[in-house]
Design a protein around this ligand. Structure first.
Ligand SMILES: *[C@@H]1O[C@H](CO)[C@@H](O)[C@H](O)[C@H]1NC(C)=O
Ligand SMILES: *[C@@H]1O[C@H](CO)[C@@H](O)[C@H](O)[C@H]1NC(C)=O
Ligand SMILES: *[C@@H]1O[C@H](CO)[C@@H](O)[C@H](O)[C@H]1NC(C)=O
Ligand SMILES: *[C@@H]1O[C@H](CO)[C@@H](O)[C@H](O)[C@H]1NC(C)=O
Ligand SMILES: *[C@@H]1O[C@H](CO)[C@@H](O)[C@H](O)[C@H]1NC(C)=O
Ligand SMILES: *[C@@H]1O[C@H](CO)[C@@H](O)[C@H](O)[C@H]1NC(C)=O
Ligand SMILES: *[C@@H]1O[C@H](CO)[C@@H](O)[C@H](O)[C@H]1NC(C)=O
Ligand SMILES: *[C@@H]1O[C@H](CO)[C@@H](O)[C@H](O)[C@H]1NC(C)=O
Ligand SMILES: *[C@@H]1O[C@H](CO)[C@@H](O)[C@H](O)[C@H]1NC(C)=O
Ligand SMILES: [Cu+2]
Length: 708
């Protein structure tokens, strides 16, 4: 009886303590919004900021909530998809190409929620990391973050990674109009599904192409990407540490695709219903296309019986060009006008994978349906759809590994910007940098450890992995974000090609924090050179924080060198478009050739420039531009989260004394430990016992002095 009472009391005090501690824990989640799923659907889907942009109206504050979590294609939300095709459109159903695989997504959508605002709006996005054990970050691809460099979303450059359970509130101005997108900048999360559209519109009065189309609809946003059956990290580990390949298996259009390898029912050829884009005859539509791909899979796009009138790239307007097909590299965006002037019917929109997706490897292609109103709402076009037929003859924009030497295609320097001349195009830039690269046969210790399994030790060619580097340097980061920690980071921690000159980076692997420093408001010229000795490769480069002009692009042959390009330039054999060169933020470089970019470094901060192929940026194919002096950059926002190492000096580490017990100063045990001590060895605890006794004696002496 008595024993039960004691147990009861112990239990009760236990529950009270538990409740108390839960309350304490919960109050630690400072800043974490307690939105339910329903709430964020409301905020995102009926967001009042998605409106017609009107000249002279007040900008709005636009609030979104993103919940990043692990999820699954063909989840239970898909019910009978694809046998009951409308089930594939149910909320939270992400069909992919029909296979079941783990994905990472925002708000159980892929592509994630579309942010559509007007130029000048203020954007607030609360990103909550529910990934259990991975950190995350969000980059607003196409936004320059002028004055808000801390919102660029690059881990260890502009912010600490967002820890699991934490929420980071991004807050910036939508200062760049056009077709952009957002995506995680952490690991392979973009590849696994953490991406979505970000469209900034302008009032008709400021839209030079307004007369070219009748509709600019959210339904005509097209997000394309390469896709596979496994998580990005699985593919990465298999490719870098074993004999796994780096080839995509399919292409998705707005998160879905039909794929031969993933026929749900081989007898009836039931596929996932392809993406559909509905138009009405005799109207013209603005399509906004983004390639958010992650491997080396440029995608050629065309629409049967229609041409594409391309009016903008990476958000910036160009003089329209009418083409039959268009190639998009990872990170690029193009807007085109589709004139629905053909017979009422269904037409294939064809997507054909190049490079690692081409006929030498996986022959990856995809179709989506262009459906005229009054044509079948469920059927597919009758014409054949396969890899061979997905290549369209005729005029192509942005072809693979070609430059202005090719007179049968339109390469980027031939596009005409509507921006007019500015001093980025002045004759002599203030800085000129050459960034030369290739894949190198070196012992990169991240996957070829010298004596153990060095590059030349392993004989299986599938296990020999070459390292892509910029100027023979692989990028590494500091232990704190460079922008945030700039005042504590010595510039000596940074490197560039002149600081590593003494090292033999051609034979030995070199890695460091590759930073190129330029003065504020200077004009920078970047000569990107793809040496092209290893394979016939291709890399798309993306610059954060700035637009650039593409002033030249040329393929010289199957290979070239930095010296050859410099020599040609010195001999005046490189022609630059310094009149009206196109303005972009992502561009390709022909293999065995060069692309020359110009930008005005007027946005103080640390800005990444990197290959947009995830496998390459994750092993260091990146460089950082330090624009302006540290003091010219905006101050660190109040309460900005911190991170970093905990590495106290070993010699200064205190001796660990497990006998130290915190006793209340009012307890007897505090004053007379020896009498109460039960676990500690007398030897280890003796010194503290002595000092206790001394204090007691001193106190007793003081007492006696006062009262006697
Ligand atoms: C969380 O939700 C509760 C109840 O819905 C509400 O009272 C509270 O204000 C919310 N807290 C925050 C930080 O939004
Ligand atoms: C497809 O047809 C074959 C042969 O007729 C049959 O054995 C198989 O079960 C069918 N598969 C499905 C999924 O119905
Ligand atoms: C589309 O073009 C093809 C080839 O030019 C032609 O055979 C076909 O009839 C056209 N389809 C329609 C619906 O106009
Ligand atoms: C579509 O069909 C409806 C009803 O059959 C007809 O009234 C309409 O004119 C058609 N539209 C076009 C563009 O042909
Ligand atoms: C392209 O250039 C080649 C050789 O310089 C020339 O023979 C050909 O006619 C040109 N084609 C066009 C379309 O200008
Ligand atoms: C790998 O190659 C290096 C250099 O050729 C050699 O010294 C080393 O013994 C080799 N290791 C193995 C495990 O074969
Ligand atoms: C390269 O590094 C050196 C040494 O830190 C520095 O003086 C120089 O300014 C750097 N060059 C560039 C372009 O950043
Ligand atoms: C480099 O290009 C030249 C001319 O195009 C070719 O003859 C040579 O074989 C190439 N070298 C390599 C290593 O690919
Ligand atoms: C107590 O002393 C024994 C023997 O000297 C030792 O093995 C043990 O680790 C000591 N325990 C503590 C708590 O210091
Ligand atoms: Cu690359």
């Amino acid at each position: 009886m008595e024993k039960n009472n004691v147990l009861m009391m112990v239990w009760k005090s236990f529950t009270i303590l538990c409740t108390l501690s839960t309350v304490t824990c919960a109050s630690y989640q400072i800043g974490a919004p307690n939105n339910t799923d329903i709430e964020f659907v409301l905020i995102n889907d009926n967001n009042p900021c998605h409106r017609t942009c009107v000249k002279g109206s007040e900008p709005m504050r636009c609030h979104y909530t993103f919940s990043v979590e692990w999820y699954r294609t063909m989840s239970k939300a898909c019910y009978l998809c694809p046998f009951s095709p409308e089930d594939c459109d149910l909320p939270h159903c992400i069909p992919g190409e029909g296979s079941k695989r783990t994905i990472a997504v925002v708000n159980r959508q892929m592509p994630g929620p579309s942010i559509e605002v007007c130029l000048g709006d203020e954007v607030i996005v609360d990103v909550t990391n529910k990934l259990l054990s991975d950190s995350t970050s969000m980059h607003w691809h196409g936004f320059h973050q002028t004055g808000t460099p801390y919102m660029d979303g690059v881990p260890y450059v502009t912010q600490c990674p967002i820890q699991p359970g934490a929420t980071f509130r991004y807050h910036f101005k939508a200062e760049n109009y056009g077709t952009h997108f957002w995506h995680s900048h952490s690991g392979f999360q973009r590849a696994d599904g953490v991406f979505g559209p970000f469209i900034v519109r302008v009032p008709d009065e400021f839209n030079p192409h307004i007369s070219l189309y009748d509709y600019d609809l959210s339904e005509h946003i097209v997000m394309i990407m390469d896709w596979g059956t496994e998580l990005g990290i699985d593919k990465y580990a298999a490719h870098h540490h074993s004999d796994g390949d780096n080839k995509p298996r399919s292409i998705l259009v707005n998160g879905r695709g039909m794929s031969k390898g993933f026929l749900i029912d081989t007898n009836t050829t039931t596929y996932i219903p392809p993406a559909r884009f509905v138009v009405e005859k005799n109207y013209r539509y603005r399509f906004r296309v983004t390639n958010s791909g992650f491997l080396n899979c440029p995608i050629e796009m065309s629409i049967d019986n229609h041409t594409l009138t391309v009016i903008s790239s990476d958000g910036k307007d160009i003089e329209p060009v009418e083409v039959d097909s268009l190639v998009l590299y990872a990170g690029e965006r193009f807007d085109f006008v589709l004139n629905a002037n053909q017979e009422i019917d269904l037409y294939w929109m064809r997507f054909s994978g190049l490079m690692d997706c081409d006929a030498r490897f996986t022959s990856v292609f995809q179709g989506a349906v262009l459906q005229y109103k009054n044509a079948s709402e469920t059927g597919n076009p009758s014409s054949l759809l396969d890899y061979a037929s997905s290549h369209r003859q005729g005029l192509q924009l942005n072809p693979l590994n070609k430059g202005t030497e090719d007179n049968e295609t339109i390469t980027m320097p031939k596009l005409v910007s509507l921006d007019g001349w500015d001093d980025t195009l002045k004759e002599k830039p203030d800085y000129q940098f050459h960034l030369a690269y290739d894949f190198y046969k070196i012992n990169n210790p991240h996957f070829h450890q010298g004596d153990l399994y060095g590059f030349f030790n392993v004989s299986n060619p599938k296990q020999r992995l070459l390292t892509p580097q910029l100027n023979r340097i692989s990028m590494t980061y500091q232990d704190v974000p460079i922008l945030q920690g700039r005042d504590t980071i010595d510039d000596k921690n940074f490197c560039n090609s002149s600081t590593i000159e003494a090292q033999d980076c051609a034979d030995d692997y070199c890695e460091c924090t590759h930073v190129l420093q330029v003065a504020l408001n200077s004009v920078v010229e970047l000569v990107m050179i793809d040496e092209g000795f290893a394979y016939d490769a291709n890399h798309p480069f993306h610059l954060h924080g700035n637009y650039f002009r593409v002033v030249a692009m040329k393929r010289l042959g199957s290979n070239t060198t930095l010296e050859e390009v410099k020599r040609l330039d010195a001999e005046g054999k490189i022609k630059r478009n310094l009149m009206d060169a196109v303005v972009k933020d992502t561009v390709t470089v022909p293999d065995g050739g060069y692309t020359i970019l110009r930008f005005k470094a007027d946005n103080p901060g640390y800005w990444m420039m990197h290959c947009h192929i995830d496998f390459h940026v994750e092993i260091g194919m990146a460089v950082i531009f330090k624009v302006g002096e540290n003091h010219e950059m905006p101050p660190v926002p109040k309460d900005f989260p911190t991170c970093g190492n905990y590495l106290p000096e070993i010699s200064k580490l205190p001796t660990i004394n497990p006998c130290i017990k915190k006793e209340s100063i009012y307890s007897l045990k505090y004053w007379f430990p020896t009498f109460f001590d039960d676990s500690c060895n007398s030897s280890s605890g003796s010194s503290s016992i002595d000092s206790n006794r001394i204090s007691v004696i001193v106190l007793v002496l003081i007492f006696t002095k006062f009262f006697c």
